[in-house]
Design a protein around this ligand. Structure first.
Ligand code: NAD
Length: 365
């Protein structure tokens, strides 16, 4: 695999680190994409990758996604990601995560990590025994706990911005929202909507999740393969990635797509297709940044109020994206990337101003 030419140079990654400890069975890769805005932050994923190449590609791809998410949220964080090659059901141990924690510590704050697929709060707490550079701890340890409610609140703010842009009002009262996935984020989001007299049609492949939302919130349920065709103003994907694709787009009667799922567009061209059809798309990494903001606030000393206050900013971040899209006549998915690239370029330019911190090194020469 041509790592430099095929990905690191092409996408601007800074660093790729391989971590190995045979005694505890650790094989991990840390990818640092861009630290212009601040330390690279991103979760640690544990997955039984079939090949090393698959693990490397995942770390590189996910770390780049984190740069974009943090930059769009206005945070002073860069993008990184770690992957541990292994089966989270059978290969986890205290030693494995403490070893991983030591590798993270060795980077001295260039990389800060936390939970991701296959890695839960208990695993993060083992890492925390060896490094300060973790976030996403339990509330009992002074952390922010489960970020789903904050993520849902951010999606609500983003939906309001979409309403303002597409329908001329951000109240959304009387509208109908189709929520795909009634798990952690989907349930909180459905509750926020129902509390504001917005009708919710929901679907989940897990019957228990559907029952909970119907019984506790009074949502209307549909089968999971019917959610794409329901008559609703807004579609909120809160389950899986790649659900905006050739097969689903042609079923949409929605005016707006605004949900928490990561990587909603199967391919970039699907963002262009939504634009052609006049469907306003809230780029996923801008609207679902509430969880990341929650983790960021934890780094400064967690306060829920501050996390929610910062998450309200998603409304304005999306308004900026829509403004770029309108001005440059481009789809919102492309406008979001522009917003990020402009912010990183601005900070990179600022760093050309010498602030004097290198004086000791100069004297020592
Ligand atoms: P979750 O696992 O609690 O919920 C996902 C739900 O989707 C589950 O109930 C699952 O049964 C359901 N589902 C799976 N396939 C489905 C299908 N085909 N049709 C309908 N339902 C289906 O996860 P979550 O924490 O609620 O996260 C939801 C999405 O938002 C994920 O894509 C996640 O990556 C993203 N996200 C979450 C957060 C957060 O704070 N939790 C932050 C940013 C992004």
């Amino acid at each position: 695999m041509a790592i430099f030419a095929s990905t690191m140079e092409k996408f601007g990654h800074e660093q790729l680190i391989f971590c190995q400890n045979r005694d505890v069975g650790l094989r991990a890769i840390i990818a640092i994409h861009d630290t212009t805005l601040g330390p690279a932050l991103g979760g640690t994923r544990m997955w039984p990758y079939e090949t090393e190449e698959e693990a490397i590609v995942d770390a590189l791809r996910l770390s780049r996604g984190m740069t974009y998410k943090a930059a769009a949220a206005g945070l002073n964080l860069g993008g990184g990601k770690a992957v541990i090659i292994g089966n989270p059901k059978t290969d986890k141990s205290e030693a494995l995560f403490r070893a991983m924690g030591r590798f993270v510590e060795s980077l001295q704050g260039r990389f800060i990590t936390g939970e991701d697929v296959g890695v839960d709060v208990n695993d993060v707490e083992y890492m925390y025994l060896e490094t300060r550079y973790v976030s996403g701890l339990s509330r009992a340890r002074g952390g922010g706990g489960d970020p789903a409610a904050v993520t849902a609140f951010g999606v609500w703010q983003g939906m309001r911005a979409c309403g303002q842009e597409k329908l001329g009002s951000d109240s959304l009262e009387g509208l109908t929202v189709a929520v795909q996935g009634l798990g952690n984020v989907g349930f909180h989001l459905a509750k926020l909507l129902i509390d504001r007299q917005i009708k919710v049609i929901g679907a989940d492949i897990d019957e228990e999740k559907v029952r909970r939302a119907v019984d506790q919130l009074g949502i209307e349920e549909v089968k999971s393969d019917e959610i794409y065709q329901v008559q609703a103003d807004i579609f909120a994907p809160c389950a899986l990635g790649a659900i905006i694709n050739d097969a689903t787009i042609r079923q949409f009667k929605f005016k707006i797509i605004a949900g928490s799922a990561n990587n909603q567009l199967q391919e970039d061209r699907h963002g262009d297709e939504l634009d052609r059809r006049g469907i306003l798309y809230a780029p996923d990494y801008v609207i679902n940044a509430g969880g990341l903001i929650n983790v960021f606030v934890e780094l400064e000393g967690y306060e829920r109020e501050r996390a929610l206050r910062m998450t309200r900013g998603i409304y304005y971040n999306l308004r900026k994206v829509f403004e770029i899209a309108r001005r440059e006549k481009i789809p919102t998915s492309q406008a979001a990337d522009k917003l990020v690239e402009q912010r990183i370029a601005m900070v990179r330019q600022l760093k050309s101003i010498y602030t004097g911190q290198g004086i000791h090194r100069i004297r020592a020469k």
